[in-house]
Design a binder for this molecule. Sequence first.
Ligand SMILES: *[C@@H]1O[C@H](CO)[C@@H](O)[C@H](O)[C@H]1NC(C)=O
Ligand SMILES: *[C@@H]1O[C@H](CO)[C@@H](O)[C@H](O)[C@H]1NC(C)=O
Ligand SMILES: *[C@@H]1O[C@H](CO)[C@@H](O)[C@H](O)[C@H]1NC(C)=O
Ligand SMILES: *[C@@H]1O[C@H](CO)[C@@H](O)[C@H](O)[C@H]1NC(C)=O
Ligand SMILES: *[C@@H]1O[C@H](CO)[C@@H](O)[C@H](O)[C@H]1NC(C)=O
Ligand SMILES: *[C@@H]1O[C@H](CO)[C@@H](O)[C@H](O)[C@H]1NC(C)=O
Ligand SMILES: *[C@@H]1O[C@H](CO)[C@@H](O)[C@H](O)[C@H]1NC(C)=O
Ligand SMILES: *[C@@H]1O[C@H](CO)[C@@H](O)[C@H](O)[C@H]1NC(C)=O
Ligand SMILES: *[C@@H]1O[C@H](CO)[C@@H](O)[C@H](O)[C@H]1NC(C)=O
Ligand SMILES: *[C@@H]1O[C@H](CO)[C@@H](O)[C@H](O)[C@H]1NC(C)=O
Ligand SMILES: *[C@@H]1O[C@H](CO)[C@@H](O)[C@H](O)[C@H]1NC(C)=O
Ligand SMILES: *[C@@H]1O[C@H](CO)[C@@H](O)[C@H](O)[C@H]1NC(C)=O
Length: 494
Amino acid sequence: MVETLTLAPTPSIWRSHRSRWITNLITSYKTLLAVLWIVVFTSFFIWQRNVGSDGFMFFKRGVVARQLPVFRPVVVNITDFGGVGDGVTVNTVAFERAVFYISKVAKKGGGQLNVPAGKWLTAPFNLTSHMTLFLDQDAVILAVDDEKVWTLMPPLPSYGYGREHPGPRYGSFIHGQNLRDVVITGHNGTIDGQGLNWWKKYRQKVLNHTRGPLVQIMYSSDILISNITLRNSPFWTLHPYDCKNVTIRNMTILAPLKEAPNTDGIDPDSCEDMLIEDCYISVGDDAIAIKSGWDQYGAAYGKPSKNILIRNLVVQSMVSAGISIGSEMSGGVSNVTIENVLVFNSRRAVRIKTAAGRGAYIRDITYKNLTFDNVRVGIIIKTDYNEHPDEGFDPKAFPIIRGITYSSIHGEGVRVPVRIHGMADIPVRNVTFRDMSVGITYKKKHIFQCAYVSGRVIGSIFPKPCENLDLYDENGSLVRKSVSENASDIDYDI
Ligand SMILES: *[C@@H]1O[C@H](CO)[C@@H](O)[C@H](O)[C@H]1NC(C)=O
Ligand SMILES: *[C@@H]1O[C@H](CO)[C@@H](O)[C@H](O)[C@H]1NC(C)=O
Ligand SMILES: *[C@@H]1O[C@H](CO)[C@@H](O)[C@H](O)[C@H]1NC(C)=O
Ligand SMILES: *[C@@H]1O[C@H](CO)[C@@H](O)[C@H](O)[C@H]1NC(C)=O
Ligand SMILES: *[C@@H]1O[C@H](CO)[C@@H](O)[C@H](O)[C@H]1NC(C)=O
Ligand SMILES: *[C@@H]1O[C@H](CO)[C@@H](O)[C@H](O)[C@H]1NC(C)=O
Ligand SMILES: *[C@@H]1O[C@H](CO)[C@@H](O)[C@H](O)[C@H]1NC(C)=O
Ligand SMILES: *[C@@H]1O[C@H](CO)[C@@H](O)[C@H](O)[C@H]1NC(C)=O
Ligand SMILES: *[C@@H]1O[C@H](CO)[C@@H](O)[C@H](O)[C@H]1NC(C)=O
Ligand SMILES: *[C@@H]1O[C@H](CO)[C@@H](O)[C@H](O)[C@H]1NC(C)=O
Ligand SMILES: *[C@@H]1O[C@H](CO)[C@@H](O)[C@H](O)[C@H]1NC(C)=O
Ligand SMILES: *[C@@H]1O[C@H](CO)[C@@H](O)[C@H](O)[C@H]1NC(C)=O
């Protein structure tokens, strides 16, 4: 991120850009238009340089507007590309031109595209490297909700299919692939997917392809998404796929809690080195679901999700769970820390879900300082989530679940605090509970339910832990060794 202003591009560089473009690319009307834009902007740059004496002052036209923070040497405004924020005009060309323009200043540190207050309707568009998309307060980028203008893209390699239909899938509303250094931020402006029509059509089964996510960044690194609101995604909301070094901070992610199918908040998918913090997420499916591909396709792609830190979140999910891992995890998931999370008014709090056929592993997962407030099931591990892409999966590809630690778990209004449902072929090993006190609303015997689980509880645990686990006192001395790690007292009727 470049916080200080540098000099405006020099005319000579612009001249060389211009001549290269003129000689190489005047092949179509569209290209000609693009060239015209470059010429116009070059002239404008030169003019600005001559006029401006107090450094760079692009498009400072005496408009009384609040100064927005500047992250890049070049700053442009969507209105300068013909954008109209009236909620009716379709601004696809304006966004495309702005992004194209920024792609031409990449070598100089890239560009920042400001989107001022207004409703900016557009079809899906692609981002470029070294770009900051800045949404001012009351700026809303609105997705055209007619699927005919949504680009079709090939299925994700680690899924083999669009998630809902075979063959191609709709691309995301705001999309990027093979990028570096992308920032999406603002003064809490909004990207609104207008998902209502998609959800209806999905339920009526009239869509022929998998719905598109709201924001999807693929095969990219050094991504920062912060300080804005994402809402009403047609499908998963924010989907970093096969990315490295992604930070998601101080975001609000919203969708209706019911009848907004599969509107997960954030789906880190085959990603490494990721930080998600200070977010509020209330959506129609998992608030967060860490994934890494589906059965044989995910195994062949072989890219794990790892080194992920999730902290300081407030999340709600009435259909699924606050924080999930899986169910698609066939590239493996490891080294994930989830801490300081409040899950409220939800069906489940933290869930691991997988099935025979997935293969790979889920290991070294640490949950710390979680608070559950009015949730049905607190901690849950499910090993028979039998949803498969096709019949080609290997039923003997058993995922390995190891090294799951829960500490400082508190809460009230939780019907079933723990349900860890391992199976003979998919036992859950090396589980640790330390310092847990979760109040219950529904008193029945087995509310700390286990099957095929081994590990330990340390110190004070409420409710009374299942017999499958070894018991240690708070100083780490063994009190009682379990003799029944394979016992099952799972009861879904509670
Ligand atoms: C963008 O341009 C519009 C119209 O000229 C202006 O009202 C607005 O203040 C500008 N915003 C920024 C952030 O430059
Ligand atoms: C975005 O880029 C991808 C990859 O190049 C391409 O398949 C897709 O059609 C582009 N989407 C749009 C809306 O231009
Ligand atoms: C979070 O973002 C909002 C705008 O969305 C901003 O007002 C607030 O100061 C940010 N908080 C932090 C800690 O960055
Ligand atoms: C950002 O906007 C969302 C949606 O309008 C709102 O719920 C949230 O409180 C706002 N965040 C901040 C920091 O103002
Ligand atoms: C789905 O395909 C059918 C048959 O080709 C077509 O009639 C229908 O319009 C398509 N639906 C959508 C939403 O594209
Ligand atoms: C990660 O990305 C951020 C930008 O989001 C960048 O500032 C930082 O240098 C990157 N870190 C590494 C280790 O590449
Ligand atoms: C988010 O907002 C806070 C508070 O205004 C600011 O300190 C921080 O730099 C912002 N982050 C980004 C990336 O804009
Ligand atoms: C685990 O992930 C954290 C980020 O959450 C990272 O700092 C740490 O280096 C990773 N550990 C290993 C062994 O890779
Ligand atoms: C635990 O998480 C809550 C937020 O859910 C936070 O307010 C509190 O400070 C955290 N406690 C510790 C010891 O980090
Ligand atoms: C059990 O899990 C903990 C935490 O993930 C890890 O540190 C430890 O090495 C594991 N022990 C065994 C025997 O795998
Ligand atoms: C529990 O089942 C596993 C197979 O999942 C087996 O290897 C192990 O020996 C069994 N343990 C006991 C105490 O029966
Ligand atoms: C744990 O150790 C502390 C300090 O040595 C001691 O006061 C306490 O009684 C021990 N607790 C148990 C359960 O043995």
